[in-house]
Design a protein around this ligand. Structure first.
Ligand code: ARG
Length: 406
């Protein structure tokens, strides 16, 4: 008997995969694995309903705690972002893939399938995990080169209720950290996104009174809201709600996918915006200038790997080791104002601040201002040296002469 484990979301693509895996690939049994990474309850329930109707065996795995602890917390330490936006979809894929592999191992199944197309990043992220096993990898959407219209007809023929319509054909991916909306008219980068694509955020409203929240951090991860200790899942859910009320965390951009295709992408991520803004702000209070300069490069390298789904590259734990070490002093709290689509730091404090008010203050007498004079004499010294020689015009060749051979 031939069996296959399908990483299943309950959406249109992965639902259509179930009959396809039987009819086009000849599998006898389809085992679906739906991983709860904080998508809406209704999505999970829809997935369970559809799996009951279409699949032979179905697993739902609540991985929210694990997702926050092992994927979102490292992301916060790394200020994870790609081309300026908060990473979301990318960081959930490895975990979903790992859970599917675990079920396949438990059941001795040697075939793994996903419902990603051949155009995006997600196929790469799933397969970076899947291909590390000795299983066959099946990607029906990509291999059969299916168009969305065809899929919709095929779904209807197989009794799958279709919720996407011609006017609202959005492809949505959600987890607790971020919501992504793609497709339809949004594929025209000039098309202005209609309000209806947003599910987590209200339209920014300048007449709405601001809300101030204080986020507490221990070793680089958020642990409390307004002084009340809170677990990661609860804290992120609450900040998504509060930030969403004030329209915080919308992104509309053109993104470079790994394959090189540019794509128009819309995202919502209120909690992520609030937490990352606060986290970066706190880092500036506690880390040294040298640490901050170097860490930007580590953050960038970490984000690039995370975007590509390469969490099994040995560089990933290398970078995480640096990040963990760098976060030991990232303790304290940041007051954040949520107002009209913005999350603005109002103040920050830390027991580990690298800050000396007694020295920096305009009123300070601790350090003599005169001591800086010697420093100032050497600052920019080389540029002045050139100027003295009349050689400071950067557009001119320095001497215009090739040195003579001695
Ligand atoms: N472009 C984003 C990424 O690669 C999001 C993809 C999410 N998929 C979706 N169907 N909305 O991370």
């Amino acid at each position: 008997m031939s069996e296959v484990v399908l990483a299943y979301s309950g959406g249109l693509d992965t639902s259509v995969c179930i009959p396809l895996l039987k009819e086009r690939y000849g599998f006898d049994r389809i085992v679906t694995v739906l991983v709860d990474v904080g998508q809406p309850r209704s999505d999970i329930e829809r997935g369970n309903r559809r799996a009951k109707q279409l699949a032979d065996e179905h697993y739902v795995i609540d991985a929210r705690e694990e997702f926050v602890k092992d994927y979102i917390f490292p992301l916060i330490k790394a200020n994870g972002s790609y081309e300026g936006y908060v990473l979301g979809t990318a960081i959930a894929r490895p975990l979903i893939a790992i859970k599917a592999v675990e079920i396949a191992k438990q059941k001795g199944i040697k075939n793994l399938a996903h419902g990603c197309t051949g155009r995006g990043n997600d196929q790469l992220r799933f397969e970076a995990i899947f291909r590390a096993t000795d299983c066959r990898v099946i990607a029906p959407m990509r291999e059969l080169d299916l168009a969305r219209e065809w899929e919709i007809d095929y779904a209807r023929e197989h009794g799958i209720e279709v919720t996407v319509t011609r006017d609202r054909p959005w492809s949505i991916d959600e987890n607790i950290w971020s919501r992504s909306i793609e497709g339809g008219k949004l594929e025209d980068p000039y098309f202005e996104p209609p309000e209806e694509i947003y599910g987590w955020t209200k339209k920014p409203d300048a007449s709405k009174k601001a809300l101030v929240v204080e986020i507490g951090f221990v070793q680089g991860v958020p642990v409390s809201l307004d002084g009340v200790p809170m677990g990661g899942v609860e804290l992120i859910e609450l900040l998504n709600r509060l930030g969403g009320e004030h329209g915080v965390g919308r992104t509309d951009m053109v993104e470079d996918r790994v394959l090189g295709l540019k794509a128009r992408e819309n995202y919502e991520h209120p909690a992520a915006t609030i937490i990352l803004t606060a986290h970066k702000d706190l880092e500036h209070l506690v880390l040294s200038r040298a640490e901050l300069r170097f860490k930007v490069m580590v953050d960038e390298a970490w984000s690039e790997l995370a975007y590509m789904g390469l969490v099994e590259d040995p560089l990933y734990p290398d970078l995480n080791a640096f990040l963990d070490q760098s976060q030991k002093r990232v303790n304290g709290s940041v007051k954040m104002k949520l107002y009209c689509g913005n999350a603005i730091p109002l103040g920050r404090q830390s027991p580990d601040a690298l800050y000396a008010q007694d020295m920096v203050s305009f009123d300070s007498q601790t350090l003599s201002q005169k001591d800086a004079e010697g420093f100032a004499k050497y600052h920019g010294f080389q540029a002045r040296l050139l100027k003295r020689k009349g050689l400071n015009d950067v557009l001119k060749p320095v001497s215009g002469k090739v040195p003579e051979k001695k």
